[in-house]
Design a protein around this ligand. Structure first.
Ligand code: KIV
Length: 275
């Protein structure tokens, strides 16, 4: 996947698939899958570091996880989130941070909201940095929004969101994440824009979908938002495997003969090879 393919996929009606990824092992698992895009989201602060929200993500954290994902991801297209307030200080600081993220292995960066960001998006795009926008429920604004709520529900809010989407496209964004907005609004924005929309909690009419790794795999027992579909019971499956291991160790069943080295030295016996 290349940045130019996003536009082509929208034009051909081929849905874009994006999934968050935060570590080497998971990235290696995805490396040869037909996934279009990996997102090193600032949700990493919550999913991998246990913080309450994404506000605790730092530049170092994002670079560290991006580098780990790149080592596993092969040629997969990686988008990295710019963390809370990091791109609201100065253009020069933003450029230094984005440089570090691209050098860590990102192919593009993502940032939240339109107001106050347009000039910087233009400058980044003109500097060879593909930028993905993010509108609707923008988690970095959780305090300003008064919680995690569906956005664009009133006529005025919907109009503003549509206006922001067009402004992001005009500023140079190559794609736009729409999070937690009514289906009809996501559809109308998707039809208006030339760039693809990637939805999360925005219905089926966007040009693509994104989910958080832990949500898709059912790793959390906590209450999940309506838009999350657990494609497996990861929490249960992993606990069952570990329980199985605990049981076998206690019962003296593991390790069995198959998983032991022999004491007699038989030349070239593959059973004695370490790897
Ligand atoms: O950080 C993240 O995981 C995201 C997705 C929810 C789009 O931004």
């Amino acid at each position: 996947m290349k940045v130019t393919d996003f536009h082509k996929m929208k034009q051909s009606g081929n849905k874009i698939t994006m999934l968050t990824c935060y570590d080497y092992t998971s990235a290696s698992l995805l490396a040869d899958m037909e996934l279009d895009c990996l997102l090193v989201g600032d949700s990493v602060a919550m999913t991998m570091h246990g913080y309450q929200d994404t506000l605790s993500a730092t530049i170092d954290m994002m670079c560290y996880h991006t580098a780990a994902v790149r080592r596993g991801a092969g040629n997969q297209f990686i988008v990295t989130d710019l963390p809370f307030l990091s791109y609201r200080k100065s253009l020069s600081e933003t450029m230094t941070m984005v440089q570090a993220m691209m050098q860590a292995g990102a192919n593009a960066v993502k940032l939240e909201a339109a107001a106050g960001n347009l000039e910087m998006i233009r400058y980044l795009s003109e500097s060879g940095v593909p930028v993905m926008g993010h509108l609707g429920l923008t988690p970095q604004f959780v305090n300003a929004l008064g919680g995690y709520k569906v956005q664009g529900k009133t006529e005025q809010a919907a109009k503003q969101l549509a206006k922001d989407a067009l402004a992001l496209e005009k500023a140079g964004c190559f794609a736009l994440v729409l999070e937690c907005v009514p289906r009809a609004l996501a559809k109308s924005i998707t039809q208006t824009l030339a760039i693809p929309t990637i939805g999360i909690g925005a219905g089926p009419d966007t040009d693509g979908q994104v989910l958080v790794w832990q949500d898709l795999l059912g790793m959390n027992l906590a209450h999940q938002p309506k838009f999350v579909k657990k494609f497996m019971d990861g929490h249960g499956a992993i606990q069952r495997a570990i329980q199985h291991y605990l049981h076998e160790v206690k019962a003296g069943v593991f390790p069995d003969d198959e998983h032991c080295y022999r004491s007699e030295c038989v030349a070239n016996d593959p059973k004695n090879a370490v790897a």
